[in-house]
Design a protein around this ligand. Structure first.
Ligand code: PMV
Length: 368
C-alpha cells in the first residue's frame, strides 16, 4: 500500500505542525470523465477490481469554492455550510461531512476548520449526468490546495495531483481519473507502467490527434433519479456469478483498446468500447437484483448509431455510463455530418431534446 502508507506518514507530520494561516479560500473547476473501460466492482477501501480507462470531458464540470476558517481544536464532527448552486443542500452536506471524516486520517488539520462550500455544475441538474466524478475531484483539489497553502509541504505538481487523485478516489472511484487531462488509467494493469489501484495516472502513449480530440455528444434520455445507485451496483458485483470473468474481460479489453489507440485501429476501438458499454449493463441485468438503467430510447439511439455507421461508413460509436444516457463518440473532422445526424435522427429520442455537445478536455483548472 505505497500511497496509503505515504499519506498516513505525512498526516502524522502535519498533525505536529501549526498552519501558516488561519483562513483562506480555494477554488477549482473540475471536469467529469467518461470511461471506455469501465470500473464496476470494488474491494477494500475503494480499490477497483479491474483497471479502467477514461478521457476527461470539457463542458461537463463542477466548480467548487472552499472557504475555510480555523475554529481551534475540536474533538469530533465537521462544521460545514454547503451550498449547491447558491442553495443550502442538507443531503449533499451530509455526504460531504462523511467524506471529510473518511479522509481526515490523511488531512488531520481539516478537523480544526469551519468550511463554507459553494458548488455549481455546468450541466443541467436534471440531466441524469452523474456528477460524482466532477464534484468529488473538485472538492479534493480544493482540499489539497488548502493543505499546500497552510503547510507548504507539497513539492511539485506531480505530488499535488497524485494526492488529489488519491483523495478523489475515496469520494468516488471514477473521480480519481478526473484530475488529469486526456486519457487516464486507474487500476493496475501489467502492460501499463506505473498503473496502480490507489491513484490514477495519465496514459503515457503516443495517441493520434484524432483520438485525443475525440468528441462526445451526450444524448439525454432519462433525467430521473437512478433506481439503483452506482455504490449499490458495485456492491452487487461481490456476489455476481460472472464477476471473475468480468474482471478478466476488462483486462483483455484494456489491452485491445491500448492497441486500438496506438495503431489508430478504428474497428478495434469500436468493438472494444461497445463491448465494454454493453457488458456494464449486462452485469446490472444479471446481478442478484436484475435491473436495467437503459430505456427504450437508449436502445433506439444505439440502433440508429449502428445503422448510420453502416450506411455511411464513418467512425462513430457509443458508450454508456451507469444510466440511460448515450455517449456518441466521433472524430472532430466529422462534426458537421454527425451533428446533422443528431439533429435529424437522434433528438427525437432525447428527453426534451436535450444533449450536451462535449469533447475531450484539458483537465481541471484552478480558479482561486
Ligand atoms: O465512481 P463511481 O462509484 O460513481 O462508479 C462509476 C462507475 C462507472 O461510471 C459506471 C464506470 C466508470 O469507470 O466510470
Amino acid at each position: 500500500m505505497k500511497f496509503e502508507e505515504k499519506y498516513k506518514k505525512e498526516a502524522s507530520c502535519l498533525s505536529q505542525l501549526k498552519p501558516t494561516k488561519s483562513s483562506g479560500i480555494a477554488g477549482w473547476k473540475s471536469p467529469s470523465n467518461i470511461a471506455l473501460i469501465k470500473y464496476w466492482g470494488k474491494r477494500d477501501h475503494q480499490l477497483p477490481q479491474n483497471p479502467s480507462l477514461s478521457f476527461t470531458l470539457d463542458k461537463s464540470y463542477t466548480e467548487t469554492r472552499l472557504q475555510y476558517e480555523s475554529v481551534g481544536k475540536k474533538s469530533q464532527g465537521f462544521d460545514v455550510d454547503f451550498k449547491f448552486e447558491n442553495r443550502h443542500h442538507p443531503e449533499f452536506a451530509e455526504r460531504i461531512k462523511t467524506y471529510l471524516n473518511a479522509i481526515s486520517e490523511y488531512l488531520p488539520f481539516i478537523r480544526d476548520f469551519h468550511f463554507e462550500i459553494n458548488s455549481y455544475n455546468s450541466f443541467p441538474h436534471s440531466s441524469g449526468i452523474a456528477s460524482s466524478a466532477s464534484s468529488m475531484s473538485a472538492l479534493a483539489l480544493c482540499l489539497v490546495s488548502m493543505e499546500k497553502l497552510l503547510f507548504e509541504r507539497i513539492k511539485n505538481d506531480e505530488a499535488f495531483y497524485q494526492k488529489a487523485s488519491f483523495l478523489s478516489r475515496l469520494g468516488s472511484g471514477s473521480a480519481s481519473r478526473s484530475v488529469y487531462t486526456d486519457y487516464v488509467v486507474w487500476g493496475k494493469h501489467k502492460n501499463i507502467p506505473g498503473s496502480t489501484d490507489e491513484v490514477a495516472i495519465r496514459l503515457n502513449e503516443d495517441i493520434s490527434a484524432r483520438f485525443k480530440g475525440l468528441r462526445d455528444a451526450i444524448l439525454i434520455t432519462g433525467s430521473g433519479k437512478k433506481k439503483i445507485s452506482s455504490s449499490s451496483g458495485h456492491l452487487l458485483m461481490s456476489q455476481h456469478p460472472y464477476a471473475k470473468a468480468r474482471y478478466r474481460q476488462a483486462k483483455t479489453n484494456m489491452e485491445q483498446l491500448l492497441r486500438a489507440l496506438k495503431t489508430e485501429d478504428e474497428q478495434l476501438f469500436i468493438e472494444t468500447v461497445e463491448n465494454e458499454a454493453l457488458s456494464l449493463h449486462a452485469l446490472m441485468m444479471t446481478s442478484a437484483e436484475g435491473y436495467t438503467l437503459l430505456n427504450e430510447n437508449s436502445w433506439n439511439i444505439i440502433n440508429h448509431i449502428r445503422q448510420f455507421r453502416k450506411d455511411n461508413n464513418l467512425f462513430l460509436t457509443f458508450t454508456l455510463d451507469a444510466g440511460p444516457n448515450v455517449h456518441l463518440l466521433y472524430f472532430a473532422e466529422n462534426k458537421k455530418q454527425i451533428q446533422t445526424f443528431i439533429q435529424k435522427e437522434l433528438l427525437q429520442f432525447c428527453e426534451a431534446k436535450q444533449w450536451i455537445d462535449d469533447r475531450a478536455g484539458n483537465g481541471p483548472q484552478k480558479i482561486l
